[in-house]
Design a protein around this ligand. Structure first.
Ligand code: NAG
Ligand code: NAG
Ligand code: NAG
Ligand code: NAG
Ligand code: NAG
Ligand code: NAG
Length: 476
């Protein structure tokens, strides 16, 4: 085992070694043998319970203990529980043996535990469950710098590790391989909990615990946490385990825990859309968004950026799309800078939007707040296609997951050449945040054809397909 000695092997003092196994049976000289045998039987019994018990494992446990020659007194049972308590084994949250395939299969996060997998459904762990004998999840997980110093264990409710605190209610434990402050990655890791919420009679958490590479995180992008607040109907309480300090290493166990480490992985497109439908509906309720203005047939919204990946000539770009919109009766163009809109202002804006036009960037996550079938037009600076890797397609993915229509991307052919011809990484760091130009001809044709499609699509659409936001938003 290559787990770190410091945390995983620290256990309580061996105080009960001499008090057990004496009351009911006359022990011969081979005390030691019986001692060993007793421990063996104990684990056999535990194994049996784990295999077969469905209700409280402790009812069976009592019966077996009462019939056993090994134990007859209450003291002895306490002694046994104490041994179980000491036998709880903490393993590192981040298992360095799987560094090379951190996100495959059981992943390097809680690598000894497997997820529940049903066809088309979100993959998750839930504790306690029968398969692990009704044990609770416990964490020693305060470290914010190295996930292999944090650890986890499963423990029976009556034999929690020494000095453990038990937290009541449902705890969501999230693993995010990237960054909770990146809206796309934050949303992607959080949507799996919404999927669990949908399949679990709308159960909501008491608290959230966030990990990145096994390191504790205590905040996320405000856009994402407000969306979660709207979705789950209450403030998002992120656990920080107190400021504790180094010696405050006591374990924390959870009455009910749900662990997610695969984002939307394994979910069917239907299930994914269900999740985004729910979030959209709850966000609109939370922000008290009324119906749409009947006079507006097509709402076109340009989400603008300041600084990085902004337009070289914003007024020129706005002018082109404005002109196309003006040609269509009932079309209205709105130009917005999301960074100075509140969450609810964004929700209101997007609920009246049929076409969103924007540079690649976090503000595009707002697309999920449009009605289903909304159109997305995405713009990139020079160099991305060749050098940006798969990350450049995240808004294509988000569009398909949330039931939107990605209308393609425009890639600026113009820009400074890279001064490091054979160094893609250095070129990309230059291109990443470059400004975006425009092509009048292309933008006019593209804008006009997307707006026409929207009009056609909406004429065919059954208006009842877009139900107003109400009640539980389809979660039962
Ligand atoms: C439990 O807490 C007590 C008092 O803080 C401490 O002395 C003891 O070492 C702790 N036990 C374990 C196993 O951490
Ligand atoms: C086992 O014995 C204890 C105390 O001797 C008693 O409280 C408990 O009810 C018994 N359990 C069963 C299942 O008989
Ligand atoms: C931006 O575009 C407008 C309209 O095409 C043009 O009049 C203006 O000169 C441009 N501004 C710059 C700085 O190029
Ligand atoms: C919003 O942001 C834009 C661009 O940064 C700025 O010009 C504008 O003044 C801001 N508006 C408000 C109301 O803060
Ligand atoms: C602008 O777009 C048009 C239409 O797609 C294309 O024919 C033309 O080559 C583009 N111009 C530039 C400078 O890329
Ligand atoms: C979205 O469009 C598809 C076909 O393009 C249509 O079948 C579906 O009903 C539309 N959904 C909504 C909610 O309008």
């Amino acid at each position: 085992m290559d787990r770190p000695e410091k945390k995983a092997t620290r256990s309580s003092p061996q105080k009960s070694n001499n008090q057990s196994f004496s009351s009911g049976c006359s022990l011969s000289s081979s005390k030691l043998l019986i001692h060993a045998l007793a421990v063996f039987v104990l684990f056999l019994v535990v194994w049996q319970i784990q295999q077969t018990s469905s209700a409280s494992p402790w009812a069976r446990w009592d019966k077996i203990l009462n019939n056993s020659c090994l134990t007859t007194s209450h003291d002895t049972r306490e002694g046994m529980a104490d041994r179980l308590r000491q036998a709880v084994t903490f393993l590192p949250l981040k298992d360095l043996r799987y560094t090379g395939e951190a996100m495959k299969g059981h992943t390097w996060f809680m690598s000894s535990l497997y997820d529940m997998q049903e066809q088309g459904e979100v993959q998750y762990q839930q504790h306690p469950v029968e398969a692990t004998g009704g044990r609770l999840l416990c964490l020693r997980g305060r470290d914010r710098h190295d996930g292999s110093w944090n650890s986890y264990a499963l423990a029976w409710p009556d034999a929690l590790p020494q000095n453990a605190t038990l937290k009541a209610g449902i705890t969501f434990v999230s693993y995010n391989h990237y960054d909770y402050h990146n809206i796309w990655h934050g949303l992607s890791s959080m949507m799996s909990f919404v999927a669990w919420h949908v399949k679990s009679q709308c159960a909501a958490p008491e608290r959230w615990i966030l990990y990145h590479w096994g390191e504790l995180r205590t905040s996320m992008a405000p856009w994402v946490s407000t969306l979660l607040e709207a979705t789950f109907g209450g403030a998002v309480k992120i656990e920080d385990f107190g400021s504790g300090g180094d010696d405050d290493d006591a374990p924390v166990c959870f009455e009910k825990a749900v662990v997610m480490r695969h984002n939307e992985g394994g979910m069917s497109s239907e299930k994914r859309m269900q999740v985004y439908d729910l979030m959209r509906c709850r966000a609109r309720l939370y922000c008290q968004v009324g119906g749409r203005d009947g006079g507006i047939k097509v709402g076109v919204t340009m989400l603008m950026r300041d600084g990085t990946r902004s337009f070289r000539n914003a007024s020129a770009v706005v002018g082109i799309f404005e002109e196309e919109c003006r040609r269509v009766p009932g079309c209205r163009l709105t130009v917005a800078y999301p960074h100075n809109l509140t969450f609810c202002e964004q929700v209101k804006l997007m609920s009246g939007t049929d076409v969103v036009i924007s540079a690649h960037g976090a503000q595009l996550s707002n697309m999920i707040l449009m009605d289903r079938n909304g159109s997305v037009m995405e713009l990139f600076p020079k160099g991305w296609k060749e050098m940006a890797g798969v990350g450049q397609y995240v808004y294509h993915w988000l569009a398909s997951w949330s039931g939107m229509k990605h209308e393609g991307a425009w890639r600026d052919p113009v820009g400074d050449p890279c001064p490091f011809p054979n160094d893609e990484a250095r070129c990309m760091s230059l291109f990443k945040d470059a400004k975006i130009g425009h092509n009048h001809t292309y933008f006019s044709q593209w804008g006009s054809s997307v707006i026409k499609d929207v009009i056609t699509r909406k004429a065919l659409q059954d208006p009842s397909a877009l139900k107003p936001a109400a009640g539980l938003c389809g979660c039962h």
